[in-house]
Each structure stands twice: as structure tokens, then as C-alpha cells.
Ligand binder design. Structure first.
Ligand code: FES
Length: 143
């Protein structure tokens, strides 16, 4: 697991008016694997980063089904990621739940930028989870 401390100033870039923060180096992310990043020691502030066929995909790491922190360990299959806990399936590209029979909750997607051997992520904003307060926007419902 990569641990990120938001209180430590990081390299940032501005792209289309949005702030992206340094996440890791390109050579730390291997093809076909998923990686877990945790922010500020909070298990509900996690993202999963994947490199598939050279492309990066970044999603919220907490599955809306039973709130496991396992999306990064999911089974990758033709543009989809299958939660290893009970099989809910999401689009890697959008985070959208692709099987309505599993429910309507999807994963938040985060934009990434890779340049000069570094990977940056759109500065993630994590709300306090619904299971803590009843209001949580990192898990979104399909339209
Ligand atoms: S926790 Fe992901 S499918 Fe159940």
C-alpha cells in the first residue's frame, strides 16, 4: 500500500483549471496490476490505480456493496474490474456499475496525468463516508 500524507506539500500541475498532485513514479506501476493508495491514514480515503494495456485507470477503492477496500485487488476483465469480495463489476473507464442486478452504486473515477516519469492524480476530495454520516459522494448512483 502507498501511503499519502496530504499535509506534506507535493509537486502539482494544473491541467484545464484542475489541480493534479504527484502520486508516484511511472516505474512503480506495472502493467496488469492494481495498486492501493491511502490518504492521511484513513481507510475510507483510498484509491485504486491500474495500468491496463499501457493506460492508467483510477477509481475509488472502497466497494459500495460491503465497503471492502479491495477494488485494487479486483479481477480485470475486458475493461471491467470485478470486486474480489462478491463480484460486483465496474467499468475501469468510468467506475460505473455495469450489472444493474448488483445494484445501482458506482465508484468515483479520478483523472490521471502521466508525464516525465511521474503520475499525477486529480486532487481527490474525499467526503466523510455515508456509513459514517449518511452523505457520501465518492460512491455515486447510476443515472
Ligand atoms: S464488497 Fe465488493 S462485491 Fe461485495
Amino acid at each position: 500500500m502507498f501511503k499519502i500524507d496530504s499535509s506534506i506539500k507535493k509537486e502539482t500541475i494544473i491541467h484545464e483549471g484542475r489541480e493534479f498532485i504527484f502520486l508516484c513514479h511511472t516505474n512503480q506501476i506495472c502493467e496488469g496490476n492494481g495498486y492501493q493508495f491511502e490518504f492521511d491514514g484513513d481507510s475510507d480515503k483510498q484509491i485504486a490505480l491500474f495500468r491496463i494495456k499501457g493506460n492508467l485507470y483510477c477509481l475509488y477503492n472502497v466497494c459500495p456493496h460491503r465497503h471492502t477496500h479491495l477494488i485494487y485487488k479486483g479481477i480485470i476483465n475486458e475493461g471491467e474490474i470485478i470486486c474480489p469480495a462478491h463480484g460486483w463489476t465496474y467499468s475501469l473507464e468510468t467506475g460505473r456499475n455495469v450489472n444493474p442486478q448488483q445494484g445501482i452504486k458506482s465508484l468515483k473515477k479520478y483523472e490521471t496525468i502521466e508525464q516525465n516519469g511521474k503520475i499525477f492524480i486529480e486532487k481527490p476530495l474525499f467526503d466523510i463516508p455515508k456509513w459514517r454520516t449518511g452523505n457520501y459522494s465518492n460512491i455515486i448512483e447510476n443515472e
